[in-house]
Write a protein that binds this ligand. Sequence first.
Ligand code: COA
Length: 195
Amino acid sequence: MRAFEVAIEIEAPMPRDSSPPPADFIRRRSASGFSQSAAEGHSFRVRRASESELPFIKDMVRAARINPTGLDWQRFRVAVAEGEGIIGCGQVKPHRDGTQELASIVVVRNWRGRGVARLLIERLMLDAGAPLWLTCRSGLVGLYQRFGFREVGPEEDQPAYFRRMRRLAGVFEMLAKRGEYLAVMTWDGTHPGPS
Ligand SMILES: CC(C)(COP(=O)(O)OP(=O)(O)OC[C@H]1O[C@@H](n2cnc3c(N)ncnc32)[C@H](O)[C@@H]1OP(=O)(O)O)[C@@H](O)C(=O)NCCC(=O)NCCS
């Protein structure tokens, strides 16, 4: 079993190196199915979205100013915190040419930096399998590299959709104003994948 499958099973981020976790790093799954990090006081899990949650997903995606198209609730996974409801979302979007895109990854502000995106991304990768593609602003390349994605250069082979997205981003120059560019990345499944 790969490391990220274990992480999914206990529905909480795993310690990131092979050294033994600190004594107080206790993760357990409660009867309700929520996992818990006693050391960090986080308690959340990832599950499939329901139709009634679509308005909330749309709001999160719009607030994050990421691609608001193709938000089909049936493809979404949501991260849910005990007593707080939805704290994050993400999906794998199929394209006409059969390409699958990891997309719409958003975590609400006050839950960022606590491993919510990690759990969502790992779950989506595990469910969809390789190959996966994505676009992100260049500042997030490091995030996705942690999960085994590699950046694909403009000259490399890539599905037409991603080539088009790159060109469109260049036209609008929104990212260039921030000193960034639209990165295209892919996970081919042969990489060790998420740790
Ligand atoms: C990007 C975003 C989803 C990250 O969510 P998060 O829950 O804070 O991320 P996590 O805490 O799960 O972090 C996962 C890993 O990515 C790393 N990471 C998080 N944000 C990062 C960033 N901006 N750049 C590089 N690495 C980052 C973390 O250090 C962590 O690595 P580790 O597990 O090895 O320590 C969140 O900041 C967000 O919703 N941003 C706005 C929407 C957006 O830009 N979405 C991405 C669309 S492509």
